[in-house]
Design a protein around this ligand. Structure first.
Ligand code: ATP
Length: 379
């Protein structure tokens, strides 16, 4: 077991024209399970490969338990990596596949090796498959073997590179729980890379969000969900995405009036955390509000504490309905051109007709404002 520290870790490709990882600083505690998430190309795999020793950093250092391992060969690092494509030897038996890492890195006796493989196989529930070859196994079984092989080595650090991407949705859910159980049981410091924000949010003790090779935010999943530091994080974490609306802010004593950028509505924030916004300078901002923090009432009388909206789509999702609304102003869903304008998640008994005008109000403790230019959250 060990702590892991990345110090200004940087990786450039193509003579510096691609910065895959941009001076990343990260401390991971002994026994912590950290998930790393971000869109395709944000540098997740490159970061992991540098920790594993499969990629040499352009600059920066990697420390395990305080010792600098940046120049240590991959084979001599106490790090085990689990890949999306399992990376099993097709002609070797499961027993041989699992024992392979031990042969490479230690000189233990054959009996001890066999016992360690059996113990790991038992832990993964694959002890009956030890004489099979990978070709005879299902995807889920192969991933258990890959996990078992990582366990056998008793590493200081576990690295997971999208290990569940090739599995179907149901198996993925089972394996998530299994990996979490395993990690808790063994207490091994783990870094788990995924592009799936839901996976990252449910599995990690802590989540790390990257974009363009840069650290955006790190923290407990619920904290990040409730307190995103910028518009990127706010839009990336949570499904459906946070709603964004361009507004002009007009602060007054005890609150702030938000005007739709094109003058189509006026909404006063006066309570909860929103009262802190009374100190901001007036001008353009982006309002952020999650679908579950939008209250909808049926009726078309607007006030300064509600905004009229036209119902475009009603999507039932069991206990709730998602209402796709048109606020008659420029609302912007995060990063997807054809995404619906504005979504409210409401109890299933609120079921207006398409074309109805409803009134929406915000849970004022859950309203976010972002700087228009920088996307930084106003706190
Ligand atoms: P994905 O989820 O798609 O795997 P990622 O977040 O893991 O993406 P990386 O694979 O780390 O991202 O890639 C980060 C950036 O570095 C991308 O722009 C990628 O094209 C680039 N890159 C990665 N490996 C190389 C390489 N060997 N040569 C050149 N560019 C590379």
């Amino acid at each position: 077991m060990a702590s892991l520290e990345l110090k200004s870790l940087r990786k450039e490709f193509d003579g510096g024209s691609i910065v895959a990882v941009d001076d990343l600083n990260l401390e991971i505690e002994d026994g912590e399970f950290v998930t790393v998430v971000g869109p395709s190309g944000c540098g997740k795999s490159t970061t992991l490969r540098m920790i594993a020793g499969l990629e040499r950093p352009t600059s920066g250092r990697i420390h395990v338990d305080g010792a600098d391992i940046t120049d240590v060969h991959a084979r001599h690092r106490d790090v085990a990596m689990v890949f999306q494509n399992y990376a099993l030897y097709p002609h070797k038996t499961i027993q041989q596949n699992m024992a392979f890492g031990l042969r490479m890195s230690t000189d233990m006796s054959a009996e001890e090796r066999e016992q360690r493989v059996y113990d790991a196989a038992e832990m993964m529930g694959i002890e009956d498959l030890l004489d099979d070859t990978p070709g005879e196994l299902s995807g889920g079984q192969k991933q258990r073997v890959a996990l078992g092989r990582a366990i056998v080595r008793e590493p200081d650090v576990f690295l997971f590179d999208e290990p569940l991407s090739n599995l179907d949705a149901k198996l993925r859910t089972t394996m998530r729980t299994e990996i979490q159980r395993l990690q808790e049981e063994l207490g091994i410091t783990s870094v788990y890379v995924t592009h799936d924000q839901e996976e990252a949010m449910t599995m990690g003790d802590r989540i790390v969000i990257l974009n363009d090779g840069e650290l955006q935010q790190t923290g407990k999943p619920t904290h990040v969900y409730q307190n995103p530091t910028n518009q990127f994080v706010a839009g990336f974490v949570g499904s459906p995405s946070m709603n964004f609306v361009d507004v002009e802010a007009d602060p007054f004593d005890g609150g702030v009036r938000l005007n739709g950028a094109d003058g189509s509505f006026s909404y006063d924030l006066t309570s909860g955390r929103a009262s802190a916004f009374g100190d901001i300078a007036g001008g353009s901002y982006v309002l952020g509000i999650r679908p579950e923090h939008v209250a909808v009432s049926e009726g078309d009388v607007a006030g300064t504490d509600t905004i009229p909206a036209t119902v475009d789509v009603v999507e039932p999702v069991g206990s709730d309905n998602y209402l796709y609304l048109d606020l008659g102003t420029e609302s912007r869903s995060f990063d997807t051109e054809d995404a619906p304008d504005f979504i409210a998640r409401v109890p299933a008994d609120i079921e207006p007709e398409v074309g109805d005008v409803v009134q929406i109000a915000f849970d004022e403790d859950s309203v976010h404002l972002f700087e228009t230019e920088t996307g930084e959250a106003v706190t």
